[in-house]
Design a protein around this ligand. Structure first.
Ligand SMILES: C[S@@+](CC[C@H](N)C(=O)[O-])C[C@H]1O[C@@H](n2cnc3c(N)ncnc32)[C@H](O)[C@@H]1O
Length: 243
């Protein structure tokens, strides 16, 4: 890795650290123990997804609960997730917030089918509108429904799909949000790849840099990046608040 011409070793930066996993395990066992009503269905969603061949790239429990608590604190009525996978984060959002409706978008039919099974098993399918299609096709239709008053404006959104479209999604979502809404974009730091000169051509890095740089110049929003470590290694999320 090279930053401003200075070489760094990536060995300590991107490799999983057992202490990060141990800290997550300790905090979750205290703050979200297996006795919570949604714990079993969340574990079931991950197992069913794995059994049906979905990749192991769901957000991890700390992030899922963090997003669910954001929705609760902001009293969000309508949340959006771009990139459903097996529905893990949507289950966190809906099961922690009984009054919340979620719209979630997924391009892969198999992922979407498995997500639907998991949402039904979790008892939240009636509040999660799971839409099949590419984000760039589905979002404009949802935008029209919101503009027509058929759906409430968004109070929360999570962008976690094809990273080259991070900015295209955010740009559209801002106008579908209510003032004060929060939007998170995942995989922004990518083990420090965000600032690695050798990785500027990588699609995840270029998508992350584009959205960071454009948010900084966009008067509709304020943003900041939070670096994270945890059971899924060193990464970070961009948090954007709609003015
Ligand atoms: C990292 S996974 C999402 C994980 C999920 N947000 C969670 O927390 O469990 C990314 C998902 O985005 C989907 N995806 C990729 N490109 C997409 C697109 N253009 N439109 C919608 N979904 C897309 C992939 O099929 C995959 O299921």
């Amino acid at each position: 890795m090279s930053v401003n011409g200075v070489a760094f070793t990536t060995s300590d930066m991107y490799v999983q650290h057992p202490v990060w996993t141990a800290v997550d395990a300790y905090t979750i066992s205290n703050l979200h123990p297996p006795s919570r009503p949604n714990s079993a269905t969340l574990i079931h969603a991950l197992k069913n997804s794995r059994d049906q061949g979905l990749p192991d790239i769901a957000s991890y429990p700390v992030i899922g609960k963090f997003f669910a608590l954001q929705c609760r604190a902001l009293r969000v009525k309508h949340a959006l997730e771009l990139g459903t996978l097996g529905g893990y984060t949507s289950i966190w959002l809906a099961s922690e917030n009984p009054g919340l409706h979620v719209t979630t978008i997924e391009v892969n039919p198999h992922h979407r089918n498995v997500a639907q099974q998991n949402l039904e098993h979790a008892g939240v399918a009636d509040r999660v509108d799971s839409r099949l299609g590419a984000g760039l096709d589905v979002l404009p239709r949802l935008g029209k429904e919101i503009a027509a008053g058929e759906k409430p404006r968004l109070g929360f959104a999570y962008i976690d799909a094809d990273k080259n479209n991070n900015w295209n999604y955010l740009d559209q979502l801002i106008d579908m949000c209510e003032p004060g809404a929060v939007i998170f974009v995942d995989n922004i730091v990518a083990g420090g790849g965000l600032v690695d000169e050798a990785q500027l051509g990588d699609v995840m890095v270029s998508g992350a840099r584009e959205v960071v740089e454009k948010v900084g110049k966009d008067g509709r929003v304020e943003g900041m990046v939070l670096q994270t470590v945890g059971e899924k290694s060193y990464d970070g999320i961009l948090m954007v608040v709609v003015n």
